[in-house]
Design a protein around this ligand. Structure first.
Ligand code: WT7
Length: 631
């Protein structure tokens, strides 16, 4: 295993080298992995197409690097430590050997069910070890996994299955989360009514609820696994072969299937995992995300396993059975590195210290946050009450599209600054541009965050829609990847992410498209038009504010609001429900028909005084009307 960067001086040197000689730099990292054949060419790229290729000609399998190569030295070390939702239920420790065996068996199950290299497999599962096993089993045989977060609706699930024409669905009878169970098979059945590409469905027994099994289509996981062979040769993959697709919201209603490839993703997730968290052999590492999001892919499954770490996987929620659950898990499992989201930190802070003080948190060495900007208050609480002023907090900025952490301090190695993601990782070349696309040089500047050079884990395309990939990320600014975030660089060159500058809302760290929520609301028979904006929310970071025009004039009708939100839950998922719904008679539109969200955002913030210029509106009186009816 390679050594981590251990000092600020070393970071500066490594960063400089990575910029001057990027190919040498990454080639050095690549040598630490198992390859079946060496690459011909380290990097070829053209952001105008865009086309990016890392380690072309190389042959490998990522699971050989996650599993096989650790067996000799770490075979008995825990790879995945699983903690059940119900505190009474026993934890499961899977050693590297156990995990290897389970992955091989599952991979053979997939092969027996006709899955071949390149086929897309949808995973719609709770946070159980079998989800990680299924992910790795797909990778072992070269199938492309598409994990759909188990909080999404039947409609969202079938849309994603159809977009990627998945051949097989793996789900469970149900999932436990807090005091709720989610009927995953029932939802899958609903989804499979309109997914012609699905040939088979494999069902894991988890909640033991009553479900329907359709003959010749649905098969039990445990029956399939029972007699499956535990020897499964890898599929030999090209560096650039796709590894997975993961959907994320965009500024149209249609989610984007972000596609990552094999070698670059592998090299970058391992490197960033070790260096950001300063992972050392023997550390117990826990990331509280769900594998349904990129954080779970990169920093529960791939990054930690590639580094030979012990990764903790938790099925439940932060507040079940009470708001002390995270801290109890940390004490009981002697967690050393803890990685969570600002929204969870704020929610737990609000519950009060009586849920924290009973627990001994002295095993903690490093804390991390991800998913949205962390406000200074929450940062200080996390630092003082959880880290006891003794653990560096890494504020990690990155995206589904970037595959791995891009801007972050390195724990105990580079300086932290509250609410700043701070400095780019080696190999990452951020820049700020103004609206004209000119790069802002020097320090103390604010603009749009772009990246001007490829890194190994950059997404390669949007599945089935390369044109949209180009338009979304590579067309706003010439020869640069545009992140969609606003950002400032302070007097010392440290980066602070200020939030999205497009029509994407980050709610509780989840990426939601305003257009997606709008079109879900528009499905309600009484809804004529909607406009969604974000507003500052004390726990969620951003809340969802909906302006709704109905066919018949309605006053403040709570039943109708609930019905509208039921449509959102059904079409998108419960996470996208509006926190506030305001019925209006009109929306502020420009003469060309574009909704001026800037105005709606101001009103949603409760700022009705400084609306700014409304002269370009088709009908400025609409604004007065909305202000009057705002709650
Ligand atoms: C968007 C990406 C990265 C995995 C989880 C979210 C926001 C993410 C931070 C941070 C400020 C952050 C950005 C980004 N974001 N991390 N540390 N500080 N903002 O992945 O769903 O693809 O969302 O999350 O706005 O663009 P995602």
């Amino acid at each position: 295993m390679q050594k981590n960067i251990k000092s600020f001086e070393k970071y500066k040197k490594e960063y400089e080298r990575s910029i001057k000689h990027p190919e040498d730099f990454w080639e050095g990292k690549a040598r630490n992995f198992s390859w079946r054949k060496r690459w011909r060419n380290v990097l070829s790229w053209d952001f105008t197409k865009p086309e990016i290729k890392w380690f072309e000609g190389g042959k490998l399998n990522i699971t050989e690097n996650c599993l096989d190569r650790h067996l000799e030295k770490k075979g008995n070390q825990t790879a995945i430590k699983w903690i059940a939702n119900d505190p009474q239920e026993k934890n499961i420790n899977l050693s590297y050997k156990d995990l290897y065996t389970q992955v091989c068996k599952c991979a053979n199950v997939l092969r027996k069910n006709g899955v071949k290299k390149g086929d897309r497999i949808c995973l719609y599962m709770p946070m159980v070890p079998e989800l990680a096993i299924a992910v790795l089993a797909c990778a072992r045989i070269g199938a492309v996994h598409s994990v759909v977060f188990a909080g999404f609706s039947a409609k969202s699930l079938s849309d994603r299955i159809n977009d990627a024409t998945c051949k097989l669905l793996i789900t469970a009878d149900g999932g436990f989360r807090g005091d709720k169970t989610t009927p995953l098979k029932e939802i899958s059945d609903e989804a499979m009514k309109s997914t012609p590409s699905i040939e088979r469905c494999i069902v894991l027994k988890r909640t033991k609820s009553n479900i329907n099994m359709q003959k010749n289509r649905d098969f039990w996981w445990h029956e399939q696994m029972e007699n499956s062979n535990s020897d499964c040769p890898i599929e030999i993959m090209d560096s650039e072969d796709p590894l997975f697709i993961l959907y994320t919201s965009g500024s149209t209603g249609k989610p984007k299937g972000i596609q990552h490839s094999t070698a670059g993703y592998m090299i970058y997730t391992e490197y960033s995992f070790r260096n950001v968290f300063q992972y050392e052999d023997g550390d117990i590492y826990w990331c509280t995300a769900d594998i349904g999001w990129i954080t779970g892919h990169s920093y529960i499954v791939y990054g930690p396993l590639l580094a030979g770490a012990t990764t903790v996987m938790f099925e439940g929620t932060p507040s079940y059975p009470d708001a002390g659950r995270f801290w109890k898990i940390i004490e009981e499992n002697q967690i050393n590195i803890f990685y969570t989201a600002p929204t969870a930190i704020r929610a737990l802070e609000a519950k009060g210290m009586e849920f924290v003080t009973p627990y001994d948190l002295s095993s903690l060495k490093v804390l991390g946050t991800v998913g949205e900007p962390i406000n200074e208050d929450a940062w200080h609480w996390y630092n003082k009450e959880i880290g006891k002023d003794n653990c560096p907090i890494v504020d990690t900025w990155w995206q589904t599209e970037t595959g791995g952490i891009m801007i972050s301090n390195l724990a105990n190695v580079t300086p932290a600054k509250p609410s700043f993601a701070t400095l780019p990782l080696p190999g990452i070349q951020p820049c700020l541009v103004n609206e004209k696309g000119n790069e802002l040089e020097g320090n103390s500047v604010e603009g749009r965050l772009c990246i001007k050079f490829p890194w190994p884990s950059i997404a390669r395309t949007i599945y089935g829609d390369h044109k949209r990939f180009k338009e979304t990320y590579f067309s706003a600014f010439h020869n640069k990847y545009f992140t969609g975030d606003g950002c400032l660089r302070d007097e010392n060159g440290m980066y602070r992410i200020t939030g999205r500058v497009d029509d994407v809302l980050i709610v509780s760290g989840h990426n939601l498209g305003t257009a997606e929520i709008e079109s879900a609301m528009d499905e309600h028979p009484n809804v004529c038009e909607t406009a969604i904006v974000g507003f500052p929310h004390p726990i969620k970071g951003n809340g969802v504010y909906a302006y709704v025009i109905c066919h018949n004039e309605v006053a403040n009708n709570d039943l109708l609001k609930k019905e509208i939100n039921d449509f959102v839950a059904k079409e998108v998922g419960p996470i996208a429900k509006a926190d506030k719904i305001q019925f209006v008679n009109g929306l502020p539109k420009t003469r060309s028909g574009k909704i001026m969200r800037r105005i709606l955002r101001k009103i949603a913030e409760g700022n009705t005084e400084n609306i700014g210029d409304t002269s370009t509106l088709l009908d400025p009186s609409v604004v007065e009307d909305i202000k009057r009816s705002a709650q």
